[in-house]
Structures are given as C-alpha cells and as structure tokens.
Design a binder for this molecule. Structure first.
Ligand code: GLC
Length: 729
C-alpha cells in the first residue's frame, strides 16, 4: 500500500524535482520548455511576460523558475539601481570595468578584439548575477548628429555584421544573454519615441537589417530589443513585419523580443505583433515616469483579461511563454554557468588592448607622432577632455567605473620625469559631474573667461616642443548622449578658437578628438597630428598615452566617414533629416556614408576605413581565381617600415553593371594582420555568390546578375592599392 501510495504521490506531485523534465538540464531544451509550459497556469504565463521592477521580470516561484534580471549596458555593467528607480541603489561593490565604446570596438576591425570584449563584459555581467545584458547596439550610423552613435558600430552593414558576432557568442558563454538593440531603424534620438521611419525595402535589407540578422543567425543572440520608433507606421516593439515576419519567421529567431523601456503602447498590438517581454512602460526610458504599476502593463492584467474573454489567442500566448522560458533556461536556470569576475587585471588589460587597437591616427604630418620623449623637453596639454571623465553620462550606458584614468593622468604617468608636462584648460565646456547619482568627484568649474582661458594656454604654447590638444564631445545632453541629437557637427564650446590660437604660435600640435561621432575640423591644415580616441573607458589615459608615445603602434581605422561638413552627409544633403519632424524618410536609400560620398564624388575629410600606422605597408597585385561556386582574391602585404605593425586589409566589390543602381563599391571583406618589419603575408578573401547579390524590391528578394565585377583591395575606402576583375557567368 505504502508503495502504491508512494508512486501515486510521486506522479501527483508536480513539483518534485526528480520527476520534472523542465528541471533536468540533461534533457533537450525544447522538451524542458514544453514540460514547464504544460505546468503553468494562465496567470503564471502572463506574469513572466512583463517587468516586476525596473530591470527584472518574474519567474514562476511555484515551479522553482527564477526571476530574470536585466542590466545595461553595452560598455560595462550598470550600477545596481533601486527597485523602481533609475537612480543607483548606492551599493559599494558594484563598480565595474568601463570598456571602450562600441565605435572604438568597431574601429579595431578585429573579430579577436570583439571576442575579448564579449568575454570580459560577459564575465562582469555574470559576476553581478545578471541574466540579460542590454546590448550590443548595431544601429547604422546615418547622421553624425545621432546622440547614440557612440554605442553602435559604424556606417557599414558588413563591418557591423562581422564585429557584432564574436561579442555575442562570448557574452553568452557566461550564461548571460545579449539583447541586441535597437531593432530596428533607431538611427536618431530626435523624437525617438514617435518618429516614423519610412525606409524602402532596398535600404532596409541591404543597410539596416544585416547586422541584426548576423546577430541572430550567426551570433545566436538569445534576445533582441525593440526600438522606440515606428517603422512604416507601427511601433518597432510590436511590429508585424519586423518581428513576426522577418525576425521570427524568416530568420528563425527562437529567443525573446524585449521592449525598450517604455516602448510598448497597446495590449492587442503587443500580443499580436511579436512582443514577448515588456519593460519600462510608463517611462521615457531615461527619467520621466508616470506611476504605472507592473500589473497595469499592457502584457499584464489587461492582457490576461482579454485572454480570459477569448479575445486573444492562447497559442500566441504560449509562443511568448516558450520564448521567455527558453531565455530563462539558457540564463537564470542554467546551473553550469561560470562564476564570472569583476574589475580583474585581465579585464582592465582587455579594455586597454581594445582601446589601443581602436584608436585611429587620422593625420601624422612630419611624423609628429609618436612623440619621442628623448627629444622632448616640454609637453603642453590643453583641453577639458584631458581631465574629464567620460564613463559617467550619455544615458543608459552610463557607468560607475572602479577606475577611470583620464588622458592627462595617463600622459603624466607615461612621461614620468622624462619631460615637463604642463596643463592648460583652454576652454570651458561642460561641468556635468554626475548621472543617476553616480558622481565623478571632479569639479570642472573655472572662473576664467573664454579669452583668459585661451590667453593662458597660448602663453604656454610658444616654448612647448609639442602641444597635445584634447577636445571633441562629451556625454551630456546635446552631445554624445541618449535622448537627444547634436544640433551641429562643429566642435562645441570655444575649441576651434583655441586650436587656431595655439596653431598661430606653434604648429607642433596633435589634436586628440574624444568623441563617438564625426566632427568638423576647420583647422585640419593647421595642425600636424590628429587622432580619434573615442570614449574608451577605464583605461583611457593609459591607452592614449600608449599610442601617443609609441608603446602601441596604432592600427584602428574609421568605422564611419568624417565628412568635411554636415551637408556632405547623405541624410542632410537630401534633406532627409529633420530634428523637428516626427517622420524620418530615408530619402538617401542605400547611399549611406561612403556609399554616398563615392556616388556623389564628395571628398571626405577622412574616409571610411582610413587610419594611419607608425610603420608603412606595401601591397602586391591582387589576384583572383575561381573557388567552388565563388572566387578567392589574394594579395601580398609587406611591412616596409622599421617596426611591427597591424594592417587592416580591406576588400570592396564593385558590380560593373546592374539593373538597379548600386554603390560604386561595397565592403565585402577585411582582415587585420600583424607584420614584423620586412615581413610579407598573403591575405586571401573568399567571395561567395551571395556577397555579390543586391536586394530587388520588385522580386522581394536578393538577386545575382551575371556580368563583370571588380575586387578592390586597399588600406581604406579611398586608398585602393590593387584591383582585379572577375566575371560571374
Ligand atoms: C533606454 C535605452 C535602452 C536601455 C533601456 C534600459 O531608454 O533606449 O538602450 O537598455 O532604456 O535602460
């Protein structure tokens, strides 16, 4: 009897761990999902589809399924925030490593660096016991005014597609999901909650979707974040074409679609058009909020009531629940996760290495760089961005970094007593010192007038052997910051005046731009050196000093075009960007970035793919041969200088003749190689037929037209060293 009862008890007891398939990690994921689903009540199903706090959503306590915890951001793990606030909770053990912004990662053109980045940030997210990392961002750089370009990977879909994959794969090895964002067409911050992106199919499929497709199909991202904006009249967080058709049906995405915080607007829309997990309703994603209790969320009680009345499909509900359970089993319920680590020497070394590989030397006249400390007596450092911390601010990617070495400190440490380092403010910019109650502890106030600041800097300039000017942008609203776009492409504050004044007395100037966006440079011919140093986090000062003084040979190249002036940019030239409008019609179509510059024959200030090294490289003749269904293009590259260096060899494809207009050429391959002095390596690019296709809206698909193509191989989009023709039969 006891036995019978015992067996009866076992089968009746639905939560006994030894009998539950969903808890058995040796079972196939889908079996576990189905088992858990079959045990859940309607209330439990609805409850896991929306937030229960600012950054967490409920599990199923009765079944032992834990909560899911999300965290920003793409560059480091946000400090713990209060249950239902944006402000930090005031923990004392949640300072993080601030890694370089993703424009810098993209500028490394190194999949190895992307993997190192993902591993490092994934370990920090895991250590903080977060299940979903709200990043990386891969929105295409369409206008230099977009406040959030610093969080993304540039203007080219091929580069972004290649650079996003290793980051995702390595983060997820920690049992932490990435949440690639913001899907899709969030290419500006102006009216980000309301603008309707009107984009033709060609631009959608050739420019704006590829990086997300790669993130899903090659990266295997376990979640994706819907954007705030509308696309073709439907909010991206519940958009039938983007979510149900393209993402889930065409691409086979099996993860969860998570709304941006405050990106959900309607229960029926959210239910039927692809949203799986609703967060942040009632906020603008940054600050303002109206009291919207979690049960009032669109996918909470309102959803449950409509389900009860049979107004909405239970099958659709179950699909959402499966996706959230899959996300949970891969993360929160994954008992095999590594432990993670935080602020380790390895992470700081990784931040420094990635930064060193991403810094771009744009100009180096008379070899002013690297600065030779043996021949240098006095270094004058000028500019607010030499002393300003950049990890605080910028919106949701803001951090509480355990370390942040600002440029001036990095320079002083590297120079030691080899030379005199004098600092002058030069200009007064932005006094922001805290964000979400994270304080930099630096008081940047200065009583002097603009004129006095310039005079004081110029007074130190005449007898300096080299002047290092640190300018660019910062993380305050209206600069490189979420929630608003910049109002101009020029450097803000009195920076241009300071640079001109310094150049008057001493041309030995290196201008270091700290930014995540292109800026105008009216003084470009008056200075010898220009460097784009990005926002590079905890190790900024050290990484910049490494390159300035030659410890690291720069190898970064631009992931987006620096136009001479704003009107040279496609969106602005076509009048397709209007910060006041609630419609963003992408009139330029596929002609974004260098695609536009080359079509219009506009010479950029610095071209896509441009970046200098302290050594020189020579390219041989490109050769092309048939290989399987495609081709292989090979070329020898030699280091003809006297020091080791890395070169990013780029391959662009030109379709000589096509039924639809195509760009002059498009990036379809890159390889970063390291060469010792005198060393030659052969770089080989594989050309698959798919890479030669273009999207034809009339056929709603990709087409490959026979005919002649040309592979252009070089050091930059405007520095082609060898070209070779081939024909597709
Ligand atoms: C923000 C951002 C998004 C971020 C989220 C949570 O508004 O748009 O990138 O991850 O809300 O902070």
């Amino acid at each position: 009897m006891v036995m019978a009862t015992g067996i009866a008890m076992a089968s009746a007891c639905c939560t006994c761990p030894e009998t539950a398939v969903y808890l058995d990690e040796s079972k196939p994921l889908e079996d576990r999902v189905e088992d858990a689903l079959s045990r859940m009540t309607l209330e439990e199903k609805v409850k896991i589809l929306h937030a229960q706090s600012k950054f967490s959503s409920a599990g199923v306590p009765r079944l032992g399924i834990p909560e899911l915890w999300c965290t920003d951001g793409p560059h480091g793990i946000r400090p713990e925030v209060k249950w239902d606030q944006w402000d930090q909770a005031g923990w004392t053990n949640d300072s993080c490593t601030a890694f370089p912004a993703l424009t810098c990662l993209a500028a490394t053109w190194s999949e190895e660096m992307s993997a190192l980045y993902g591993k490092s940030i994934g370990e920090e997210a895991r250590f903080r016991e977060k299940d979903v990392l709200l990043g990386p961002g891969v929105n295409i750089y369409r206008t230099p005014l977009n406040g959030r370009n610093f969080e993304y990977m540039g203007e080219d879909p091929y580069l972004a597609s290649k650079m996003v994959v290793p980051y995702i794969q390595e983060v997820q090895k920690n049992g932490v999901a990435t949440c690639v964002k913001h899907y899709a067409l969030n290419n500006q911050e102006a009216h980000r909650h309301s603008y309707n992106a009107v984009v033709d199919d060609r631009a959608l499929y050739e420019i704006y979707l590829p990086a997300f497709k790669a993130a899903v199909q090659e990266g295997g991202s376990w979640s994706i974040m819907g954007a705030y904006n509308l696309f073709r009249g439907e909010h991206a967080c519940h958009n039938d074409l983007l979510l149900n058709k393209i993402l889930k049906q065409d691409w086979g995405f099996d993860g969860a679609v998570i709304s941006d915080w405050g990106g959900t607007y309607d229960t029926v829309e959210a239910a039927n058009k692809g949203l799986d997990l609703e967060f942040g309703t009632g906020t603008n994603g940054l600050d303002s909020k109206y009291g919207n209790s979690y049960d009032a969320y669109h996918l909470a009680i309102p959803y449950q009531e409509k389900l009860r009345k049979g107004e909405l499909s239970e099958e659709v509900l179950n699909d959402k629940v499966r996706r959230v359970l899959r996300l949970n089993f891969r993360t929160a319920m994954n008992s095999r996760k590594p432990f993670g680590s935080m602020n380790s020497p390895e992470h700081n070394e990784a931040a420094r290495r990635i930064a060193g590989e991403g810094i771009v030397v744009l100009k180096n006249e008379d070899n002013i760089l690297p600065v030779d400390l043996e021949k240098t007596g006095k270094i004058l450092v000028v500019g607010e961005n030499a002393i300003k911390k950049m990890t605080v601010g910028g919106g949701s990617s803001s951090l509480k970094a355990k370390h942040e070495c600002v440029p001036l400190d990095g320079i002083r440490e590297a120079v030691g007593d080899k030379a005199e380092v004098v600092y002058q403010r030069g200009y007064l910019g932005d006094l922001l010192r805290s964000y979400n109650s994270v304080d930099t502890g630096i008081d940047l106030s200065d009583e002097r007038s603009d004129e006095q600041l310039i005079a004081d800097a110029v007074a130190e300039a005449a007898d300096a052997d080299v002047i290092l000017f640190f300018g660019g942008l910062n993380k305050s609203k209206g600069q490189d910051c979420e929630g608003r776009d910049r109002s101009a492409m020029a450097l803000p504050y009195a920076q241009d005046k300071v640079i001109e004044a310094l150049a008057e007395v001493n041309p030995n100037i290196v201008v270091v731009i700290v930014s995540g966006n292109a800026v105008e440079m009216p003084w470009v011919d008056k200075v010898d050196g220009i460097m784009e140093a990005w926002f590079i986090g905890s190790q900024a000062g050290h990484a910049i000093a490494d390159v300035l003084f030659g410890k690291v040979n720069p190898s970064g190249k631009l992931p987006f075009t620096f136009p001479v002036k704003l009107e040279d940019n496609a969106a602005h030239a076509t009048g397709a960007y209007d910060a006041e409008s609630h419609v963003a019609e992408y009139k330029e179509g596929i002609f974004v970035g260098y695609r536009w510059a080359e079509k219009q024959q506009i010479k950029p200030l610095f071209a896509f793919g441009h970046g200098l090294s302290y050594t020189t490289f020579e390219y041989g003749e490109a050769k092309c041969r048939k290989a399987g269904k495609g081709f292989k293009v090979s070329i020898d590259v030699t280091n003809t200088g006297d020091r080791e260096g890395k070169e990013i060899v780029q391959m662009y494809i030109e379709d000589v003749e096509s039924s639809l207009e195509r760009p002059v050429k498009e990036l379809k391959g890159f390889s970063k190689i390291s060469l010792a002095p005198g060393e030659t390596k052969t770089v080989t690019f594989v050309i698959e037929p798919d890479m030669l296709k273009f999207y034809d809206p009339a056929q709603s698909g990709w087409v490959l037209e026979p005919g002649d193509f040309v592979a252009h191989v070089g050091a930059a989009s405007d520095d082609i060293r060898s070209s070779v023709k081939f024909a597709v039969k």
